[in-house]
Ligand binder design. Structure first.
Ligand SMILES: [Zn+2]
Ligand SMILES: [Zn+2]
Length: 116
């Protein structure tokens, strides 16, 4: 008889954890520095590419008016960084002390102009 064992983490679990890890990677389209990660939401995980620049409340409003999504950058000294969905209830609660970042949209001025 074999003793029952706890299931070991599968390769898929490791892949999931590493997908959630926040990485600094240049945007493949415009080369700007960006942060990429999958949100740790099991129900509807989203792959995020965000600008690394933290936003103050005014900058966040401007970003949202411009049609960009904003995210909470969570984690700390001993906690791995994660990018989390930032819904309006989370914002309205006023208890959020996370760093706020916005979706990366390629900026036109990064594109080389060729006017001859
Ligand atoms: Zn937050
Ligand atoms: Zn870009």
């Amino acid at each position: 008889m074999t003793a029952p064992r706890w299931p070991k983490p599968t390769a898929a679990d490791h892949a999931q954890a590493s997908a959630e890890q926040v990485r600094e990677q240049p945007c493949p389209r415009c080369g700007a520095p960006t942060l990429t990660a999958r949100t740790p939401d099991r129900v509807c995980a989203v792959d995020v590419r965000a600008n690394p620049t933290p936003l103050d409340p005014t900058a966040e409003i401007l970003a949202r008016l411009a049609g960009r999504l904003t995210w909470c950058l969570t984690g700390g000294a001993n906690i791995p960084a994660r990018i989390r969905w930032r819904d309006r209830w989370h914002i309205a609660a006023g208890a959020c002390t996370h760093t706020v970042i916005a979706d990366h949209h390629c900026q036109p001025h990064y594109v080389q102009e060729s006017l001859g």
